[in-house]
Design a protein around this ligand. Structure first.
Ligand SMILES: [Zn+2]
Ligand SMILES: [Zn+2]
Ligand SMILES: [Zn+2]
Length: 294
């Protein structure tokens, strides 16, 4: 696996266009799959020993010290999705007009259509179907009663959609994607995915490169040990499992990472409210657990 110093060189080369994306990815991933902890190499262990301090940076203890990362690299696939979304939105803003013929082909290729019945009077969808009463259908919107609901073909729906994207008839999610997800979409949803695919096809290489550069940046940050702290066994446990660290004020109690201090160290008034609310919740729970209460 690539060393820290090698990842930096690789990133610079890719950013400057000295190496192509596929070559960079091949070199970086080499023979391992993303997600495996393959940066725990000899290089990693050697560098780690330079960064680990001789006591816990949270409480000062020296019981089983470990290096805790304050952040972890985001996966390449997540970056790819985010960047694709950005490109799609940009593409949609700059190319608001969609070709009807291409769009129709896309719909027919990618989706199964499950026709929805419409009221012949007001175009509201899915009228009540009655078991005994005739006429069999009654519109839930206009109360019109009828024997034969209206059905629309895909072509008709697309024409209606191109005339008015907010028309009654095109609101239902009556298209099911043929891929493994089987998503239910209406024509507005499909138009987004259609345009997103256009953006993706147009800039596939650029998108992948941007995403991979961000991913390499993350990896470099991770391997640099810049965002690590040395923690003892107890603090590492609180940090990892409970998302807590030691209160900086009293250095005695643990607190949630998102809070500035522990409850004990809050200003008098604030502490009283918090403790009361905790006591109240506790009482309330106990009260509800008492037998015979219902
Ligand atoms: Zn500690
Ligand atoms: Zn109706
Ligand atoms: Zn405290």
């Amino acid at each position: 696996m690539v060393k820290y110093s090698e990842v930096i060189v690789l990133k610079d080369k890719l950013a400057n266009g000295e190496i192509r994306l596929e070559a960079a990815q091949a070199q970086f991933w080499n023979d391992f799959k993303e997600g495996q902890r393959s940066w725990h190499t000899k290089d990693w262990h050697e560098r780690r020993s330079q960064f680990i301090k001789d006591k816990c940076e949270i409480c000062g203890s020296n019981d089983t010290l470990t290096l805790q990362h304050l952040s972890h690299p985001i996966r390449y696939s997540e970056y790819l999705r985010d960047i694709t979304r950005e490109y799609a939105n940009q593409h949609i803003n700059t190319n608001p007009v969609v070709d009807k013929y291409e769009f129709s082909n896309y719909v027919l290729n990618k989706y199964d259509y499950v026709p929805v019945p419409f009221c012949p009077n007001c175009n509201n969808s899915n009228p009540d179907k009655r078991v005994r009463k005739l006429p069999q259908y009654r519109c839930t919107a206009c109360r019109h009663e009828f024997d034969n609901p209206v059905y629309r073909s895909v072509d008709e729906l697309i024409s209606i959609f191109f005339d008015n994207k907010d028309a009654m008839e095109v609101r239902d999610k009556c298209f099911i994607s043929k891929d493994e997800w089987g998503n239910k979409h209406n024509l507005s949803n499909i138009r987004y995915w259609f345009q997103r695919e256009q953006a993706k096809n147009k800039d596939a290489e650029k998108i992948a490169k941007e995403a991979f550069l961000l991913y390499l940046n993350d990896t470099i940050k991770y391997l640099s040990f810049d965002d690590t702290i040395t923690a003892c066994k107890k603090c590492a446990f609180h940090f990892d499992i409970n998302k807590m660290d030691l209160c900086p004020k009293c250095k005695q109690y643990y607190k949630g990472l998102q809070y500035p201090t522990c409850i004990q160290c809050l200003p008098e008034e604030r502490r009283k409210t918090v403790l009361e609310s905790i006591a109240f919740r506790k009482d309330w729970r106990e009260m509800n657990q008492q037998p015979g209460m219902d």
